[in-house]
Design a protein around this ligand. Sequence first.
Ligand code: SF4
Ligand code: SF4
Length: 258
Amino acid sequence: MAIKRQSIRKGLLAVMLVLFQYRLFHLFFSPVLIVVAASQGIVNGSLLIYALLFLSSLYFGRAWCGWLCPGAAINEACSLVVRKRCSGGRADKIKYVSSALLAGLVGFMAIRAGGFHAVDPFFAVDRRSLLQDIFLLIGGVAIIVPLAFFFGRFGNCHYLCWEAPIMIVGTRIKEMVRWPSLHLTVNPEACIGCGECDPHCPMSLPVEAMVQRGSLRNTECILCGNCVDHCQAGVIRYAFGIPNRTSSLPRRPENAVE
Ligand code: SF4
Ligand code: SF4
């Protein structure tokens, strides 16, 4: 099951990366186009997708990052050769700056345009922009790969990604309100301390220590399930439901997913 689920996840990421090479698809993930559209008072497809990412995070946290993001596909490829763990820590906050800068720029442009007055999901679909193509097709690789090599696995997801904070806000909301959502449960008493989970976490989280603390809640967790699938003792499980305060698992819940 472990290999099968992770194979499916990596397959999905690969498909998303291939789709991303098609112009129609990457029009929906362009921060540049959001700004250009906002300058004309238009809500474009990318902004709608970012809104959908936020809505999805209210129920699925950062599962998008772990299962569908084309950038994560590039990071997974880097992880085949990069073994260095990303130290994270306070530097993780840098990505909030990139997100705030984008939000500020979009807001500024929209105000200058007299506010948003139209929605056009296919904005710029018939326009060719060499700059945008370069930014999306080559720029993504040019940014993500060096960050992985210099700072460690999934360095872009830790430090730079402007989409991550959108989903972190949604994750925080779902944890505060505590409605049914996807999360991880742990059973610390079953942990045999083998340490297998730590090296398999793509976000370099101290999984074993988190298990001992009784909770895997962490804004950097992308719900990839590697820790679930590499724990032979079955300590960590996916669950969909209302998480308890610590997301610990004193006994097997009915909604646990193998
Ligand atoms: S804690 Fe587990 S689910 Fe979260 S990122 Fe690490 S391996 Fe993936
Ligand atoms: S892989 Fe499982 S048993 Fe081993 S340290 Fe991690 S949580 Fe504990």
